[in-house]
Design a protein around this ligand. Structure first.
Ligand code: DGL
Length: 266
């Protein structure tokens, strides 16, 4: 296929609103692409679930996105990437982009030599995380911080409330007091808490993973001649496995277009 001739959509999924942080960055970099975003809210949260169960959901969603004619799938969720990315790549005949916490840049950026990785239990338990720490975490002390209830707050759109600030403070207070000067957001939901973390801990650098993932998706589209035509207009189609109304109501609280516009986009 010639460059810029593929009108099919990019598929993207997460347990809920978290992966929209990846979508936001992807749309900024590739505004002509159409995205079909699957929010698996009926199974939210993934973090504490058995990896086998998350893997089953990832397969079912990938099938659904293939049915929607996806040309590439972004697993916009660290927990699902940990549970399923290798198997997805084996089972499906299309390119996948997955995510893993940004351990390497964090170890490089830290001046104190102590970094905190904020993620779900499912992400910490996966081989993907251990292999990245093994390969890139050397030279830094790494504190694993499980973000209890943080994804739930974001799923309700509570990112700038006293409850969100308090949750961030109690999750990270100890590691920061122990000298951590870099916090890695190892869950796409937590991207929306970056301003609250910075406000609570102004001396700490907050590192996300959405930008490299969105860039990787763009690079793959270009490499594989899968880019949208130059006159295409980007769009977002939403598939929500749980309550669609509740999902749409949360979007403006996360900085997305108000309800009407979000629906018009979908
Ligand atoms: N957004 C997901 C991640 O990146 C997980 C949130 C959840 O627990 O469902 O890991």
């Amino acid at each position: 296929m010639l460059d810029g001739m593929d009108p099919r959509p990019v598929g993207m999924f997460d347990s809920g609103v978290g992966g929209l942080s990846v979508f936001r960055e992807f749309r900024r970099l590739a505004p002509r692409e159409r995205t079909v975003y699957f929010a698996d809210t009926a199974y939210f949260p993934y973090g504490p679930r058995d990896p086998g169960e998350v893997r089953k959901r990832a397969f079912a969603i990938a099938h659904r996105l293939v049915e929607a004619d996806a040309k590439l799938i972004v697993v916009a969720c660290n927990t699902a990437s940990a549970a399923a990315i290798a198997d997805l790549r084996q089972l499906f005949d299309l390119p996948f982009v997955g995510m893993v916490p940004a351990v390497k840049p964090a170890a490089q950026a830290s001046r104190s030599g102590r970094v905190a990785i904020l993620a779900t239990p499912g992400t910490f338990d996966g081989d993907l995380y251990s292999s990245v720490v093994e390969e890139f975490g050397k030279g830094a002390a790494i504190d694993r911080v499980v973000g209890h209830d943080l994804a739930e707050l974001v799923e309700r759109g509570e990112v700038d409330t006293p409850a969100a600030r308090e949750a961030v403070r109690s999750a990270l207070g100890r590691t920061v007091a122990n000298g951590a000067d870099v916090v890695v957001l190892g869950c796409t939901h937590y991207e929306f808490l970056a301003p609250a973390i910075t406000a609570e801990f102004p001396g700490v650098s907050v590192l996300g993973t959405v930008e490299p993932v969105a860039k990787r998706a763009c690079a793959l589209l270009a490499e594989l001649d899968l880019e949208a035509p130059s006159d295409a207009e980007g769009a977002l189609d939403l598939i929500v496995s749980g309550n669609r109304e509740a999902f749409l109501e949360t979007l403006p609280r996360l900085g997305f277009a108000p309800r009407g516009a979000a629906e018009a986009q979908s």
